[in-house]
Design a protein around this ligand. Sequence first.
Ligand SMILES: C[S@@+](CC[C@H](N)C(=O)[O-])C[C@H]1O[C@@H](n2cnc3c(N)ncnc32)[C@H](O)[C@@H]1O
Length: 287
Amino acid sequence: MEGQADLPVNNASFLGVSGFWQLVLARGGWYDCGLVVQRGFLSGGIWPFAHLEYPAVWSHNEKFQRLVGGGWLEQTFLNSISRVQLLFLGAHKDREVVRLVKQSRRKRKSLMSAYEMWIVHGYARAQSRLPGAMAEVGVYQGVSARLICEVKGDKSLHLFDTFEGLPQRTHADRNVHRTGQYATSVESVREFLDGHPNVHFHKGLFPDSTAGLEEKPYCFVHLDVDLFESTLAALEYFYPKMVPGGVILSHDYSILAGVRKAFDEFLADKPEGLVDLPSTQCVVTKR
Ligand SMILES: C[S@@+](CC[C@H](N)C(=O)[O-])C[C@H]1O[C@@H](n2cnc3c(N)ncnc32)[C@H](O)[C@@H]1O
């Protein structure tokens, strides 16, 4: 079970408490919740906040992810955490960008926190100095695409999505997402991004939707596809096309098993290392 190895029970005086919680909660996914509670006690912090230093325990739990993922609970959590993040960002960062992130969050639904949006915007802005086009796989309502549009200048931005929601998951993804989840209308996204030049929509299942697209170098690719096969297909397609110094940024690396597996397997024989950001994102910079 995820997270168990990270959580040695190292305080003998609390063995009674540990045993109690294991007895009460050691059923399927609830075992992880038990460890969270235990860890809250063992870390000597103030429960229930103490367990937040070990978020991997609950955030990796399959049942928890299925229950919460994409629903109002996740939105409420993201909105709350983003409010705090925006407060911190507003205290020392560029006010214009803080405003942009705030507005983007208000206009459309997204599964990204304010910090994660900040990171997408920052990388897209930095990468816009390199030659090559930009791309995003996993557009949904267009929030991250809009942030890229704001800083890409005249560069081409290729947007790939079924716009009919997630394709079927595989075993590597565990039982977290539903087929068709995050379906949206491509017309509404077009409208949302209206006015930004050189934005190209590729509706359909990636990588089939790349058929006929001419070979071109890319300087920045944003992946937000949630699934193993989609992530792997995107890495296989874009990695050889990245310019030196080109960046592939992905959402959900540290919380979705399929995304993590795709990156880890794909990079196993590559010279590039991966940076696991303090958000859920990861970054690979092409040599
Ligand atoms: C979490 S949403 C993307 C969120 C978006 N980046 C945002 O700013 O809110 C995931 C998206 O990935 C798309 N997707 C996943 N696998 C795909 C594939 N193989 N081909 C096309 N779209 C895919 C889904 O249709 C869905 O819209």
